[in-house]
Design a protein around this ligand. Structure first.
Ligand code: FES
Ligand SMILES: [Fe+2]
Length: 375
Protein backbone atom coordinates (compact mmCIF):
# COMPACT_ATOMS: atom_id res chain seq x y z
CA UNK A 1 0.00 0.00 0.00
CA UNK A 2 1.53 3.40 -0.88
CA UNK A 3 2.52 5.49 2.11
CA UNK A 4 0.36 8.33 0.87
CA UNK A 5 -2.74 6.26 1.59
CA UNK A 6 -1.58 5.16 5.04
CA UNK A 7 -1.01 8.72 6.20
CA UNK A 8 -3.76 10.29 4.18
CA UNK A 9 -5.09 13.47 5.70
CA UNK A 10 -7.00 16.25 3.97
CA UNK A 11 -7.16 19.43 6.07
CA UNK A 12 -10.74 20.40 6.96
CA UNK A 13 -9.91 24.00 6.04
CA UNK A 14 -9.97 24.26 2.26
CA UNK A 15 -7.64 27.25 2.37
CA UNK A 16 -4.94 25.11 4.02
CA UNK A 17 -5.69 21.77 2.37
CA UNK A 18 -3.76 19.93 -0.32
CA UNK A 19 -5.42 17.69 -2.89
CA UNK A 20 -5.15 13.89 -2.89
CA UNK A 21 -1.61 12.70 -3.72
CA UNK A 22 -1.15 11.85 -7.40
CA UNK A 23 -0.26 8.18 -6.86
CA UNK A 24 -3.74 7.48 -5.48
CA UNK A 25 -4.95 8.04 -9.05
CA UNK A 26 -2.95 5.22 -10.60
CA UNK A 27 -1.69 2.78 -7.98
CA UNK A 28 -3.13 -0.72 -8.48
CA UNK A 29 -3.13 -1.50 -4.73
CA UNK A 30 -5.11 1.65 -4.01
CA UNK A 31 -7.60 0.60 -6.64
CA UNK A 32 -8.04 -2.81 -4.95
CA UNK A 33 -8.41 -1.15 -1.54
CA UNK A 34 -11.08 1.22 -2.90
CA UNK A 35 -13.19 -1.69 -4.06
CA UNK A 36 -13.37 -3.00 -0.51
CA UNK A 37 -13.49 0.34 1.30
CA UNK A 38 -15.80 2.28 -1.00
CA UNK A 39 -17.55 0.36 -3.76
CA UNK A 40 -18.58 -2.62 -1.62
CA UNK A 41 -19.89 -0.31 1.11
CA UNK A 42 -21.81 2.42 -0.64
CA UNK A 43 -25.21 2.58 -2.27
CA UNK A 44 -24.89 2.04 -5.99
CA UNK A 45 -27.50 2.70 -8.67
CA UNK A 46 -27.97 -0.50 -10.64
CA UNK A 47 -31.27 -0.09 -12.43
CA UNK A 48 -34.67 1.52 -12.72
CA UNK A 49 -38.00 0.80 -11.16
CA UNK A 50 -39.61 0.23 -14.58
CA UNK A 51 -37.35 -2.80 -15.12
CA UNK A 52 -39.03 -4.55 -12.18
CA UNK A 53 -42.48 -2.97 -12.21
CA UNK A 54 -44.54 -6.17 -11.82
CA UNK A 55 -44.32 -9.27 -9.61
CA UNK A 56 -41.93 -11.72 -11.26
CA UNK A 57 -39.99 -9.03 -13.16
CA UNK A 58 -36.25 -9.36 -12.68
CA UNK A 59 -32.91 -8.25 -14.07
CA UNK A 60 -29.35 -9.37 -13.54
CA UNK A 61 -26.29 -7.16 -13.41
CA UNK A 62 -22.80 -6.92 -11.96
CA UNK A 63 -21.36 -4.61 -9.35
CA UNK A 64 -17.69 -4.54 -8.37
CA UNK A 65 -17.34 -7.96 -9.99
CA UNK A 66 -20.29 -9.40 -8.01
CA UNK A 67 -23.11 -10.97 -10.06
CA UNK A 68 -26.46 -9.69 -8.80
CA UNK A 69 -30.13 -10.44 -9.30
CA UNK A 70 -32.94 -7.97 -8.57
CA UNK A 71 -36.51 -9.26 -8.51
CA UNK A 72 -39.98 -8.00 -7.73
CA UNK A 73 -41.47 -10.74 -5.51
CA UNK A 74 -44.95 -12.23 -5.66
CA UNK A 75 -45.57 -10.38 -2.37
CA UNK A 76 -44.69 -7.10 -4.17
CA UNK A 77 -41.42 -6.74 -2.26
CA UNK A 78 -38.32 -5.77 -4.20
CA UNK A 79 -35.36 -8.00 -3.35
CA UNK A 80 -31.79 -8.38 -4.49
CA UNK A 81 -29.50 -11.40 -4.25
CA UNK A 82 -26.06 -12.51 -5.28
CA UNK A 83 -26.80 -14.28 -8.55
CA UNK A 84 -24.75 -17.26 -7.43
CA UNK A 85 -26.25 -20.70 -6.91
CA UNK A 86 -25.66 -22.18 -3.47
CA UNK A 87 -24.77 -25.55 -5.03
CA UNK A 88 -21.64 -24.97 -7.13
CA UNK A 89 -21.90 -21.30 -8.00
CA UNK A 90 -23.93 -21.61 -11.21
CA UNK A 91 -26.25 -18.83 -12.43
CA UNK A 92 -29.73 -18.91 -10.90
CA UNK A 93 -30.89 -16.25 -13.40
CA UNK A 94 -29.66 -14.76 -16.63
CA UNK A 95 -30.53 -11.56 -18.50
CA UNK A 96 -33.85 -10.02 -17.58
CA UNK A 97 -37.55 -10.76 -17.96
CA UNK A 98 -40.34 -12.20 -15.85
CA UNK A 99 -40.38 -15.54 -13.97
CA UNK A 100 -42.40 -17.48 -11.44
CA UNK A 101 -39.22 -19.08 -10.13
CA UNK A 102 -35.54 -19.28 -10.99
CA UNK A 103 -33.89 -22.46 -12.26
CA UNK A 104 -30.11 -22.59 -12.06
CA UNK A 105 -28.53 -22.96 -15.47
CA UNK A 106 -26.02 -25.55 -14.23
CA UNK A 107 -27.85 -28.46 -12.52
CA UNK A 108 -31.37 -27.13 -12.22
CA UNK A 109 -31.83 -26.24 -8.55
CA UNK A 110 -34.89 -24.03 -8.31
CA UNK A 111 -35.36 -20.92 -6.21
CA UNK A 112 -38.46 -18.96 -5.30
CA UNK A 113 -38.70 -15.25 -6.13
CA UNK A 114 -37.97 -14.61 -2.43
CA UNK A 115 -34.64 -16.45 -2.81
CA UNK A 116 -35.56 -19.59 -0.89
CA UNK A 117 -34.50 -22.91 -2.35
CA UNK A 118 -37.56 -24.78 -3.63
CA UNK A 119 -35.87 -27.95 -4.72
CA UNK A 120 -32.39 -29.32 -5.13
CA UNK A 121 -32.42 -31.91 -7.90
CA UNK A 122 -31.19 -35.42 -7.01
CA UNK A 123 -29.97 -34.39 -3.58
CA UNK A 124 -31.48 -37.42 -1.81
CA UNK A 125 -29.01 -39.15 0.44
CA UNK A 126 -26.95 -36.07 1.26
CA UNK A 127 -26.53 -36.09 5.01
CA UNK A 128 -27.67 -33.08 7.02
CA UNK A 129 -28.86 -31.17 3.94
CA UNK A 130 -31.54 -28.63 4.85
CA UNK A 131 -33.03 -26.73 1.96
CA UNK A 132 -33.79 -23.70 4.12
CA UNK A 133 -30.07 -23.23 4.70
CA UNK A 134 -29.39 -22.87 0.98
CA UNK A 135 -31.39 -19.80 0.03
CA UNK A 136 -29.81 -17.25 -2.28
CA UNK A 137 -27.72 -14.78 -0.31
CA UNK A 138 -29.59 -11.45 -0.07
CA UNK A 139 -28.18 -8.02 -0.85
CA UNK A 140 -29.55 -4.72 0.52
CA UNK A 141 -31.79 -3.01 -2.01
CA UNK A 142 -33.71 0.28 -1.92
CA UNK A 143 -35.43 2.63 -4.33
CA UNK A 144 -35.22 6.39 -4.69
CA UNK A 145 -37.35 8.16 -7.29
CA UNK A 146 -37.08 5.87 -10.36
CA UNK A 147 -33.82 4.28 -9.41
CA UNK A 148 -32.92 0.94 -7.83
CA UNK A 149 -29.89 0.89 -5.53
CA UNK A 150 -28.00 -1.91 -3.84
CA UNK A 151 -25.38 -1.96 -1.14
CA UNK A 152 -23.11 -4.97 -0.66
CA UNK A 153 -22.53 -4.04 2.98
CA UNK A 154 -25.23 -5.71 5.10
CA UNK A 155 -24.57 -3.17 7.88
CA UNK A 156 -24.76 -0.07 5.70
CA UNK A 157 -27.07 2.66 6.92
CA UNK A 158 -30.18 3.32 4.91
CA UNK A 159 -29.89 5.11 1.59
CA UNK A 160 -32.10 7.99 2.72
CA UNK A 161 -29.81 8.75 5.66
CA UNK A 162 -27.02 9.66 3.26
CA UNK A 163 -29.22 11.67 0.90
CA UNK A 164 -30.94 13.83 3.53
CA UNK A 165 -31.71 17.26 1.99
CA UNK A 166 -31.08 15.98 -1.51
CA UNK A 167 -34.63 14.69 -1.92
CA UNK A 168 -36.35 18.06 -1.41
CA UNK A 169 -33.69 19.80 -3.50
CA UNK A 170 -34.12 17.35 -6.39
CA UNK A 171 -37.91 17.43 -6.11
CA UNK A 172 -37.91 20.80 -7.84
CA UNK A 173 -37.17 18.78 -10.98
CA UNK A 174 -39.87 16.30 -12.06
CA UNK A 175 -37.60 13.25 -11.95
CA UNK A 176 -40.32 10.74 -11.12
CA UNK A 177 -42.43 11.80 -14.11
CA UNK A 178 -39.61 11.37 -16.61
CA UNK A 179 -38.86 8.32 -18.71
CA UNK A 180 -35.56 7.00 -19.99
CA UNK A 181 -34.89 8.52 -23.40
CA UNK A 182 -31.37 7.41 -24.20
CA UNK A 183 -28.40 5.67 -22.64
CA UNK A 184 -24.77 6.02 -23.70
CA UNK A 185 -21.55 4.73 -22.25
CA UNK A 186 -18.11 6.28 -22.49
CA UNK A 187 -14.90 4.38 -21.81
CA UNK A 188 -12.30 6.73 -20.45
CA UNK A 189 -8.58 6.41 -19.91
CA UNK A 190 -8.65 7.93 -16.46
CA UNK A 191 -9.11 6.96 -12.84
CA UNK A 192 -12.69 7.32 -11.56
CA UNK A 193 -11.54 10.04 -9.12
CA UNK A 194 -10.07 12.13 -11.93
CA UNK A 195 -13.53 12.20 -13.45
CA UNK A 196 -15.28 12.97 -10.15
CA UNK A 197 -12.81 15.79 -9.35
CA UNK A 198 -13.57 17.36 -12.69
CA UNK A 199 -17.31 17.01 -12.14
CA UNK A 200 -17.14 18.79 -8.81
CA UNK A 201 -16.09 22.23 -9.95
CA UNK A 202 -17.33 24.82 -12.41
CA UNK A 203 -13.87 26.39 -12.44
CA UNK A 204 -13.10 24.75 -15.80
CA UNK A 205 -16.30 25.93 -17.51
CA UNK A 206 -14.85 28.94 -19.36
CA UNK A 207 -11.83 26.97 -20.66
CA UNK A 208 -13.32 23.54 -21.32
CA UNK A 209 -17.02 24.14 -22.00
CA UNK A 210 -17.52 27.46 -23.78
CA UNK A 211 -20.93 26.27 -25.03
CA UNK A 212 -22.22 25.45 -21.56
CA UNK A 213 -20.64 28.55 -20.13
CA UNK A 214 -22.79 30.68 -22.43
CA UNK A 215 -25.93 29.23 -20.85
CA UNK A 216 -24.91 29.64 -17.23
CA UNK A 217 -24.15 32.58 -15.06
CA UNK A 218 -20.56 31.67 -14.21
CA UNK A 219 -20.25 34.36 -11.56
CA UNK A 220 -23.27 33.00 -9.73
CA UNK A 221 -22.12 29.35 -9.94
CA UNK A 222 -22.43 27.99 -6.42
CA UNK A 223 -20.93 24.90 -4.83
CA UNK A 224 -22.66 23.58 -1.75
CA UNK A 225 -20.98 20.63 -0.02
CA UNK A 226 -23.13 18.40 2.18
CA UNK A 227 -22.14 15.49 4.39
CA UNK A 228 -22.38 12.81 1.68
CA UNK A 229 -23.04 14.74 -1.47
CA UNK A 230 -22.27 18.01 -3.22
CA UNK A 231 -24.76 20.27 -4.93
CA UNK A 232 -23.62 22.73 -7.58
CA UNK A 233 -26.07 25.11 -9.09
CA UNK A 234 -26.20 28.06 -11.37
CA UNK A 235 -28.96 30.30 -12.62
CA UNK A 236 -29.52 30.07 -16.35
CA UNK A 237 -28.32 33.27 -17.95
CA UNK A 238 -30.93 35.42 -19.66
CA UNK A 239 -30.51 35.65 -23.41
CA UNK A 240 -28.88 38.98 -24.28
CA UNK A 241 -29.66 40.93 -27.39
CA UNK A 242 -26.03 40.91 -28.52
CA UNK A 243 -25.47 37.14 -28.01
CA UNK A 244 -23.29 36.01 -30.91
CA UNK A 245 -24.37 32.34 -30.69
CA UNK A 246 -27.97 31.11 -30.37
CA UNK A 247 -28.76 30.02 -26.83
CA UNK A 248 -30.54 26.84 -25.79
CA UNK A 249 -32.67 28.46 -23.11
CA UNK A 250 -34.05 31.51 -24.88
CA UNK A 251 -36.93 31.68 -22.43
CA UNK A 252 -34.61 31.46 -19.43
CA UNK A 253 -36.09 32.90 -16.30
CA UNK A 254 -34.11 33.83 -13.26
CA UNK A 255 -35.81 31.18 -11.16
CA UNK A 256 -34.60 28.46 -13.55
CA UNK A 257 -31.41 26.80 -12.48
CA UNK A 258 -29.30 23.89 -13.46
CA UNK A 259 -28.48 21.74 -10.48
CA UNK A 260 -25.70 19.19 -10.50
CA UNK A 261 -25.77 16.67 -7.68
CA UNK A 262 -22.88 14.33 -7.03
CA UNK A 263 -23.44 11.67 -4.42
CA UNK A 264 -20.49 9.89 -2.84
CA UNK A 265 -18.79 8.04 -4.36
CA UNK A 266 -19.75 7.85 -8.01
CA UNK A 267 -23.24 8.86 -9.12
CA UNK A 268 -24.51 12.18 -10.33
CA UNK A 269 -27.75 13.80 -11.35
CA UNK A 270 -27.60 16.65 -13.83
CA UNK A 271 -30.87 18.53 -13.60
CA UNK A 272 -31.78 20.96 -16.37
CA UNK A 273 -35.17 22.63 -16.80
CA UNK A 274 -36.10 20.27 -19.65
CA UNK A 275 -34.22 17.05 -18.91
CA UNK A 276 -32.36 15.13 -16.25
CA UNK A 277 -29.41 12.90 -16.79
CA UNK A 278 -28.12 10.24 -14.49
CA UNK A 279 -24.40 9.79 -14.65
CA UNK A 280 -22.52 6.90 -13.06
CA UNK A 281 -18.77 6.45 -13.17
CA UNK A 282 -17.56 2.90 -12.67
CA UNK A 283 -13.91 2.01 -12.21
CA UNK A 284 -12.64 -0.60 -14.68
CA UNK A 285 -9.03 -0.53 -13.54
CA UNK A 286 -6.76 1.94 -11.81
CA UNK A 287 -6.57 4.08 -14.95
CA UNK A 288 -9.73 3.23 -16.84
CA UNK A 289 -13.34 4.03 -16.07
CA UNK A 290 -16.73 3.76 -17.63
CA UNK A 291 -19.14 6.69 -17.55
CA UNK A 292 -22.77 5.72 -18.01
CA UNK A 293 -25.20 8.44 -19.05
CA UNK A 294 -28.96 8.04 -19.03
CA UNK A 295 -31.13 10.90 -20.21
CA UNK A 296 -34.63 11.24 -18.81
CA UNK A 297 -37.36 13.42 -20.27
CA UNK A 298 -41.14 13.62 -19.95
CA UNK A 299 -42.55 10.93 -22.29
CA UNK A 300 -44.46 13.46 -24.37
CA UNK A 301 -41.16 15.16 -25.23
CA UNK A 302 -39.47 12.00 -26.52
CA UNK A 303 -40.32 12.67 -30.17
CA UNK A 304 -39.40 16.33 -30.12
CA UNK A 305 -36.20 17.56 -31.81
CA UNK A 306 -35.41 19.31 -28.52
CA UNK A 307 -34.99 15.90 -26.85
CA UNK A 308 -32.30 14.86 -29.31
CA UNK A 309 -30.71 18.29 -28.96
CA UNK A 310 -30.53 17.90 -25.15
CA UNK A 311 -28.67 14.61 -25.53
CA UNK A 312 -26.27 16.04 -28.10
CA UNK A 313 -25.65 19.05 -25.87
CA UNK A 314 -24.73 16.80 -22.92
CA UNK A 315 -22.71 14.55 -25.23
CA UNK A 316 -20.65 17.55 -26.29
CA UNK A 317 -19.98 18.49 -22.66
CA UNK A 318 -19.10 14.90 -21.79
CA UNK A 319 -16.67 14.65 -24.72
CA UNK A 320 -14.96 17.84 -23.56
CA UNK A 321 -14.70 16.46 -20.02
CA UNK A 322 -13.29 13.11 -21.17
CA UNK A 323 -10.62 14.87 -23.23
CA UNK A 324 -9.38 16.99 -20.31
CA UNK A 325 -9.59 14.11 -17.80
CA UNK A 326 -7.45 11.88 -20.02
CA UNK A 327 -4.77 14.55 -20.28
CA UNK A 328 -4.83 15.11 -16.51
CA UNK A 329 -4.59 11.35 -15.89
CA UNK A 330 -1.47 11.14 -18.02
CA UNK A 331 0.06 14.21 -16.37
CA UNK A 332 -0.55 12.87 -12.86
CA UNK A 333 2.34 10.46 -13.58
CA UNK A 334 4.76 13.30 -14.21
CA UNK A 335 7.70 13.36 -11.83
CA UNK A 336 7.09 17.10 -11.61
CA UNK A 337 3.74 16.70 -9.86
CA UNK A 338 2.78 15.25 -6.49
CA UNK A 339 -0.34 17.10 -5.32
CA UNK A 340 -1.98 20.53 -5.62
CA UNK A 341 -3.98 23.20 -3.75
CA UNK A 342 -7.65 24.14 -4.00
CA UNK A 343 -9.25 27.37 -5.12
CA UNK A 344 -11.26 28.39 -2.04
CA UNK A 345 -13.94 29.99 -4.19
CA UNK A 346 -14.24 27.28 -6.84
CA UNK A 347 -13.11 23.94 -5.48
CA UNK A 348 -15.03 23.39 -2.25
CA UNK A 349 -16.72 20.40 -3.92
CA UNK A 350 -13.46 18.69 -4.86
CA UNK A 351 -12.18 19.36 -1.35
CA UNK A 352 -15.34 17.81 0.15
CA UNK A 353 -14.88 14.72 -2.03
CA UNK A 354 -11.25 14.33 -0.99
CA UNK A 355 -12.28 14.57 2.68
CA UNK A 356 -15.03 11.93 2.19
CA UNK A 357 -12.59 9.70 0.32
CA UNK A 358 -9.90 9.98 3.00
CA UNK A 359 -12.46 9.20 5.71
CA UNK A 360 -13.83 6.14 3.85
CA UNK A 361 -10.36 4.73 3.25
CA UNK A 362 -9.37 5.36 6.87
CA UNK A 363 -12.49 3.73 8.33
CA UNK A 364 -11.87 0.71 6.17
CA UNK A 365 -8.29 0.28 7.32
CA UNK A 366 -9.53 0.63 10.94
CA UNK A 367 -12.01 -2.20 10.24
CA UNK A 368 -9.23 -4.33 8.70
CA UNK A 369 -6.99 -3.95 11.75
CA UNK A 370 -9.31 -3.89 14.80
CA UNK A 371 -6.33 -3.65 17.16
CA UNK A 372 -4.90 -0.59 15.46
CA UNK A 373 -4.36 2.18 17.96
CA UNK A 374 -4.35 -0.17 21.00
CA UNK A 375 -1.27 -0.24 23.14
S1 FES B 1 -24.66 -24.88 -9.54
FE1 FES B 1 -26.72 -24.43 -9.51
S2 FES B 1 -27.67 -26.32 -9.54
FE2 FES B 1 -25.58 -26.79 -9.55
FE1 LIG C 1 -16.96 19.63 -17.21
Amino acid sequence: MPGSLNNLRIDADVSRAWTLPADLYFDADVYAAEKDAIFCRSWQVIGRHDQVRNPGDYFTTELSGEPLLVVHGADRTLRAFYNVCRHRAGPPAEGCGSRKLFRCGYHGWTYDLDGSLISATEIDGVKGFREREFALVPVRVEEWFNFVFVNLDPDARRLAQGLKELSPQAQKFPIAGMKLFERRTYEMNCNWKTYVDNYLEGYHLPSVHPGLNRELDYNAYTVEPHEHYVRQFSPIRRAQRGDATPRRYREAREDLTTDYFWIFPNWMLNCYPDNISLNIVLPISSERSLAIFEWYLPEKEHCSPAAKASVEFSHQIQSEDVAICEIVQKNLHSQSYSRGRFSVKQEKGVHAFHRMYAEAMKSSSRRRSPNAGRK
